[in-house]
Design a protein around this ligand. Structure first.
Ligand code: ATP
Ligand code: MG
Length: 580
């Protein structure tokens, strides 16, 4: 058996080697060159363009750090733009959550909050312009026919029979689409490009569709809505964006991005694609995250098991740790999957220095100190964080009856178990050496319910004047002073490293981990924790980092979430890689 009583220092600080934070990447190089060449008058202007159809996740954090970070670095600007062209899925709740999360991550758009829906009128004018130039037409094929006419990767598409409508007829129909004369799906506006293009996206893509659905901002003003490919490039152009950064799946869309801007002869930003973040044991797709929320697999978008920014915040992650993580993973041109252990490493690294250390017992076992006077109690000095002396110390109460961790005692210990056992002496952190003299068991179940120990008064503070050593140091709390709390422990949300592996024919919900949440209702914490503010973070000595839940706790009964354990699997991964 492996002894968990390893000194804290093993889990703190940096592992033997970590990849140095990425200092540069290909996008930075492109921008630096553009600035040097005086392109856009040396201006750098990026944007973060979420669709308000869900909460932001850690993948978005990568994009946020990249866009806002580059603007910062090049003395430029970064806009927050809501890409809100699909009224059936979007809402103000999502807009507000996104703003909150971007701010929390430490970024500011300085009032430059825009919405694609602000541009609906202008986009309509642009569409009319394309029609007039003979570059767009109203198609009246059904959705199925359009799909069929599109062809495949190996077979060219064929022209719609409506493709050669006159400009006048197209203008008339498009305007009537706008005024609501037609039903959903009756017509669409399409770009007139090339039905045989090897790039499927260029086979007369749809620019507008009819949707009789109210929009959370424009209400029922519109019943036609522009498509992403038409909206995005023009929104970038209208806002004077210089570098439009998006994820790799839009690589093929770049040709259309450029086509629209070229036809309309408007200001032309440059689209650059980068690899999206994938994380082991995690799904990062709003569509799937919505399914988890709506299917009741989690308590909400901010369930601490969710990879959303709000979930991570509630779990106890800090903005600095997330930014650091985004820095470390870098920005590349090809897709890869990052180990969840790296994210955990980043939060440990932060909290190791910033979180005060306290004592809390998750699964209490009562200990009576037989030779400690029944009415005596005392205050013992405990260090708040040995990594940072400026965090000072505090007093913790000690008395005759204590709680220790159930796991820290074994009646018949195996060879490598060094913690408490009958007849054995151990140290209570910041307190005394104690020796176990008796074990009380439940007569029916045989379960150990109480220990009797003696203490050595000469070891006050945790050291023996005669220099004798003990092999274990346990955390503890004084029973009558302890605050009772609920503590929630988390495991990987999925059992599969790659949830929903298509090649294995899995759906991502097939591999949900049934043990992802463990709720402990009888935890005993040192009394100071009664005053923990919602969201406040601590290291519970030997157990991990914990955060006071911002939603469920009350003053007399706090709830804590375990952010992460102390065990550093990232260090182990690096070590194993080195050996190879
Ligand atoms: P999802 O696939 O989760 O639904 P999305 O791309 O549809 O995400 P958007 O709201 O359109 O979500 O994303 C806003 C920005 O964040 C886009 O520029 C998008 O490329 C970027 N983004 C989304 N997911 C990731 C990710 N996993 N890694 C990096 N960037 C991402
Ligand atoms: Mg999207």
């Amino acid at each position: 058996m492996k002894d968990k009583n390893a000194p804290d220092s093993k889990n703190s600080g940096r592992p033997d080697s970590t990849e140095a934070p990425a200092t540069t990447h290909f996008i930075k190089q492109i921008i630096a060159e553009d600035v040097q060449n005086g392109k856009n008058d040396g201006r750098v202007h990026t944007r973060f363009p979420p669709e308000p159809n869900g909460y932001l996740h850690i993948g978005h954090a990568k994009s946020i750090c990249l866009n806002f970070g580059l603007a910062d670095e090049f003395n430029g600007l970064c806009n927050l733009r809501f890409d809100d062209t699909d009224p059936s899925k979007e809402s103000t709740e999502y807009v507000e959550s996104i703003k909150k999360d971007v701010r929390w991550l430490g970024f500011d758009w300085d009032g430059r909050q825009y919405h694609a829906s602000d541009y609906f009128e202008q986009l309509f004018e642009y569409a009319m312009q394309l029609i007039k130039a003979g570059k767009a037409y109203v198609d009246s094929l059904s959705a199925d026919e359009i799909r069929e006419y599109r062809g495949t990767l190996t077979r060219p598409g064929k022209n719609s029979l409506y493709r050669d409508r006159s400009v006048a007829e197209n203008l008339d129909l498009f305007e009537r689409m706008r005024t609501g004369e037609f039903k959903d799906g009756e017509h669409v506006l399409r770009a007139k490009i090339d039905m045989a293009s090897p790039n499927m996206i260029m086979r007369d893509p749809t620019l507008y569709r009819i949707r009789h659905v109210a929009h959370y901002r424009t209400g029922s003003m519109w019943c036609i809505y522009p498509m992403y490919d038409f909206t995005h490039c023009l929104s970038d152009s209208i806002e004077g964006i210089t570098h439009s950064l998006c994820t790799l799946e839009f690589e093929n869309n770049r040709q259309l991005y450029d086509w629209v801007l070229d036809q309309l002869e408007v200001y032309h930003p440059r689209q650059i694609e980068f690899a999206r973040l994938n994380l082991t044991y995690t799904v990062l797709s709003k569509r799937k995250l919505i399914q988890l929320v709506e299917g009741g697999h989690v308590s909400g978008w901010d369930d601490p098991r969710m990879p959303t920014i709000s979930g991570l915040r509630r779990r106890g992650y800090t903005p600095a740790a997330i930014r650091n993580f985004c820095d470390r993973i870098g920005v590349a041109r090809s897709d890869s999957t990052v180990e969840l252990a790296l994210l955990e490493y980043c939060i440990r690294e932060d909290l190791n220095k910033s979180a005060p250390r306290v004592m809390g017992v998750l699964r209490p076992l009562k200990v009576v100190i037989d030779n400690y006077p029944p009415d005596q109690q005392e205050e013992l000095k405990a260090i708040n964080n040995p990594e940072d002396p400026s965090m000072g110390s505090r007093q913790v109460p000690f008395s005759r009856e204590l709680y220790i961790e159930r796991d820290d005692f074994m009646e018949a210990p195996p060879r490598k178990f060094f913690r408490l056992a009958p007849g054995r002496e151990v140290r209570l952190r910041y307190a005394y050496f104690i020796t176990c003299v008796d074990v009380v068991k439940d007569p029916d179940s045989g379960e150990v319910v109480e220990l009797h120990c003696t203490y050595d008064p000469a070891t006050r503070g945790g050291d023996a004047p005669d220099g004798r050593k003990v092999k274990a140091t346990l955390h503890w709390v004084s029973a009558k002073h302890a605050v009772s709390a609920e503590v929630r422990l988390y495991n990987h949300f999925f059992t599969a490293e790659n949830p929903g592996d298509v090649e294995k024919g899995e759906d991502f919900t097939d591999t949900l981990n049934p043990d992802s949440l463990e709720t402990l209702t009888d935890c005993q914490l040192e009394p100071g924790l009664a005053a923990a503010a919602p969201g406040q973070r601590f290291q519970f000595e030997r157990l991990g980092y914990f955060c006071a839940d911002a939603k469920d706790g009350t003053a007399d009964r706090p709830v804590f979430n375990r952010t992460v354990t102390l065990r550093d699997t990232w260090a182990r991964i690096l070590k194993a890689r080195k050996k190879k």
